[in-house]
Design a protein around this ligand. Structure first.
Ligand SMILES: [Zn+2]
Length: 133
């Protein structure tokens, strides 16, 4: 059996909390060269949440703060939008209070939304310390 050439065993780091996820992914060295940390082959490679963050995110509507520029040289999460690492979980009631009926229905159905830094701050989401990572 051939060994995988030019591949590194990468431990993906959860973008949302910074902890290592419980998996190993073999990736081409070239594709991860710039994102691997000095700490043994750990890297931000995507936005898949770890089990812990996934549980938290499932508990409400996840509001993800985004900026127009990458924060850690990471890929965009939607075209021209890069998560800053701040996120918050809000209730359906919060969404209904802040958005029109049509918009809140869409947001609740999606279960998450991206929000620019200014709006995130204006809604007080950056002040809810318990919800920030
Ligand atoms: Zn996490």
């Amino acid at each position: 059996m051939n060994k995988l050439p030019n591949r590194l065993p990468i431990v993906p780091i959860c973008f949302w909390c910074g902890k290592a996820r419980k998996t190993i992914i073999f990736m081409e060295i070239e594709s991860v060269r710039n994102s691997v940390t000095k700490d043994t082959n750990k890297a931000h490679i995507d936005y898949v949440p770890c089990d812990e963050c996934e549980k938290l995110m499932d508990g409400g509507i996840t509001v993800i703060e985004v900026d127009k520029e990458p924060y850690l040289g990471q890929p965009y999460i939607a075209e021209g939008m890069y998560p800053t690492g701040k996120w918050s979980n809000v209730s359906d009631k919060f969404v209904k209070d802040k958005f029109s009926d049509v918009d809140s229905d869409k947001i609740i159905k999606a279960g998450n939304m991206l929000m620019c830094i200014k709006e995130f701050r204006d809604m007080g989401l950056d002040l809810e310390k318990d919800n920030l990572n």
